[in-house]
Design a protein around this ligand. Structure first.
Ligand SMILES: *Cc1c(COP(=O)(O)O)cnc(C)c1O
Length: 368
């Protein structure tokens, strides 16, 4: 058997006719950026998340950055202020903080959920701390209750990175409505994926939403009048039309991912393998199915021999990347252990029961 890590062709071809129609109609509309499709998608996705506002933007990195740029423009934050962020996140969360002139402060995650450890946040808070940026890594909602309590106590904003967690929920409330503002990516491989780059910001704060929309458009609300030194990060009509089609199906896709994850969890029974800890069924939408194992590289090679493609999310933590050489002296043992040991098994809305059984079988076989 050959099992690809993620076959986007199979994922998207399920909706081929509808996607073709949506793209064609956007193509022929004569309006390509911030038109009717964008407006409708914003309305539909905002309603889905349970927020008053949704702003379509160019990608997930910009979505995070725009929130901070908007807070700066509104006088809530200023250059050099600090944002607490999990040290084991995908580097985009951290780049967005740096790019908006703020200072990322790395916090160790929990080893069992890979999400921010609320117990480790308070010691990192200083005079300059203005926000906490939880990341719902691999598709599981972070400890938003613990984080909000700390934020409230210290008057900090909570901005979450939901690039991997579309549709995940906590106490019946969807990700997107669990923080002051939320950033989404619709990169093609995400749970809700476009056919190119796309992203969104959701919030119920009108001033913030207006500011994000303006800064994403050169800092302009009235054409050729600029209030901020903005950027260009807009959602185009073709991607918005595609996203409106895919929105109809992505909840069912999440249920499929959860089912595959349950099957993996029941089938893998090697005690040397750490399975994902699911705190609560609605709160994990399994963007990735990540296991941990002491000899991760060997397991990856072994599975590759059996035709099973795996990936590592992620091989090098941000503080050890050349891009952040100023952090080279930092020691973050939990983060470093995670990056040494994690391995992502194939999971997707089109993975079959037989494929999961095959992968789990070889994982068990490897353990002996
Ligand atoms: C994908 C991703 C991003 C960035 O999204 P882009 O659309 O690729 O810019 C940010 N944070 C996390 C956690 C991601 O997985």
């Amino acid at each position: 058997m050959k099992i690809p890590f993620l076959d986007l062709q199979s994922v998207n071809s399920r909706f081929q006719a509808e996607l073709d129609e949506a793209v064609k109609s956007a193509l022929h509309s004569g309006w390509y950026i911030r038109g009717e499709q964008c407006r409708l998608f914003e309305e539909e996705f905002g309603n889905y998340c349970g927020t008053h506002y949704c702003v379509g933007v160019g990608n997930g990195l910009d979505a995070i950055r725009l929130i901070f740029e908007a807070y700066k423009s509104l006088g809530v934050m200023e250059e050099g202020d600090e944002v607490i962020v999990p040290a084991n996140t995908y580097i985009a969360s951290i780049l967005a903080i740096s790019q908006s002139g703020l200072k990322p402060v790395l916090c160790e995650p929990r080893l069992d959920t890979y999400n921010l450890d609320a117990a480790l946040i308070e010691p990192l808070i200083t005079e300059r701390t203005r926000a906490i940026l939880p990341v719902h890594l691999y598709g599981q909602v972070a400890d938003m209750q613990g984080i909000s309590d700390i934020a409230k106590k210290h008057k900090l904003k909570v901005v979450d990175d939901a690039a991997q967690a579309h549709g995940a929920a906590l106490g019946g409330r969807k990700v997107g409505s669990l923080a002051d503002a939320t950033a989404f990516s619709f990169y093609p491989s995400k749970n809700l994926g476009a056919l190119g780059d796309a992203g969104a910001v959701t919030t119920s704060d009108k001033a913030l939403a207006d500011k994000v929309r303006s800064i994403a458009n050169y800092g302009s609300t009235i054409r050729y009048y600029n209030e901020d030194k903005g950027i260009n990060s807009r959602l185009d009509e073709i991607q918005a039309a595609v996203l409106r089609v895919k929105m109809k199906y992505f909840e069912a896709d999440n249920v499929w991912r959860q089912k595959a994850a349950r099957q993996y969890g029941e089938a893998i029974h090697d005690e040397k393998i750490a399975l994902p800890k699911v705190e609560n069924p609605e709160s994990h939408v399994f963007h990735l199915f990540v296991i941990r194992c002491g000899n991760r590289d060997e397991l990856g090679r072994y599975l590759a021999d059996k035709g099973i493609q795996t990936q590592v999310h992620y091989p090098v933590p941000p503080h050890l990347q050349p891009a952040y050489s100023e952090w080279g002296h930092l020691s973050l043992p939990i983060t470093e252990k995670i990056h040494r040991e994690v391995l992502s098994l194939p999971i997707s809305p089109v993975i079959t029961k037989e494929e999961v059984e095959y992968v789990a079988g070889w994982v068990n076989e490897f353990g002996g």
